[in-house]
Design a protein around this ligand. Structure first.
Ligand SMILES: O=C(CO)[C@@H](O)[C@H](O)COP(=O)(O)O
Ligand SMILES: [Fe+2]
Length: 220
């Protein structure tokens, strides 16, 4: 199973994003946390910053929208050139319509689930998505403790994805570090967001590779 490490820039130096991105050349994608202070109690960046990042990096951008009304805002990120756009199940009005719109614009469509949101209502819709993002902390902040109560949800999602035969990535986000990534990979995740683990490391790129090695060892 291919493994992808997607560092979150939430814990990077926002005044020097270009320099921060250059510190992680081995990252597979860059995870960008967009927060609106409504869906989550925190406010970060939006489309203008994403537009600027698209100009300074060749890395594919993996946008994580923690915002109300993604039906209205998500297509703009796909249109701008994001590789992947996650919107939250708890905020979206028409998940299938939005996923199809994102795909039509050439982006991967990803459904995000907060810790208390089950995957079960979406099992018959899985092939409408290219990725399921399972939050392993309450969304809103970096540096929180990994919720290992999410492991059964990762396992159930992997089983269901397997049954579809489709190439749907399972992403985990929140508290992923050298000490938690193996459990996630064993449970069936293949795409790993890591914010503080990467950007608080002395050598962030070495951490990207260490995380990947641990995930690969756990799922093979
Ligand atoms: O979406 C979020 C938080 O809401 C994440 O992407 C965090 O930014 C991950 O940070 P760490 O938990 O890895 O420090
Ligand atoms: Fe995120």
């Amino acid at each position: 199973m291919p493994v992808r490490i997607t560092p979150s820039i939430l814990n990077a130096d926002f005044a020097n994003l270009q320099r921060e991105i250059e510190r992680i050349p081995d990252a597979d994608l860059l995870h960008i946390d967009v927060m609106d202070n409504h869906f989550v109690p925190n406010l970060t960046i939006g489309l203008p910053v994403v537009d600027s990042l698209l100009k300074i990096t060749e890395k594919p951008l993996d946008i994580h929208l923690m915002i109300d009304d993604p039906d209205r805002w998500a297509p703009g990120y796909a249109e701008a050139g994001a590789r992947s756009v996650s919107f939250h199940a708890e905020a979206v009005k028409a998940p299938v319509r939005l996923a199809r719109e994102l795909r039509a614009q050439g982006a991967r469509a990803s459904l995000g689930l907060k810790p208390a949101t089950p995957i079960e209502p979406y099992l018959d819709l899985l092939t409408e998505f290219d990725q399921i993002l399972i939050m392993t902390v309450e969304p809103g902040f970096g540096g929180q403790k990994f919720l290992d109560a999410m492991l059964p949800k990762i396992r159930r999602t992997r089983e269901a994805v397997k049954a579809t035969g489709a190439d749907i990535w399972i992403q985990v986000d929140g508290g992923v570090s050298e000490s938690t990534i193996a459990q996630c990979a064993e449970a069936g995740a293949d795409t790993f967001v890591a914010g503080s683990a990467v950007f608080s490391a002395e050598n962030p790129d070495a951490m990207v590779n260490a995380l990947r090695d641990k995930a690969v060892a756990a799922c093979h």
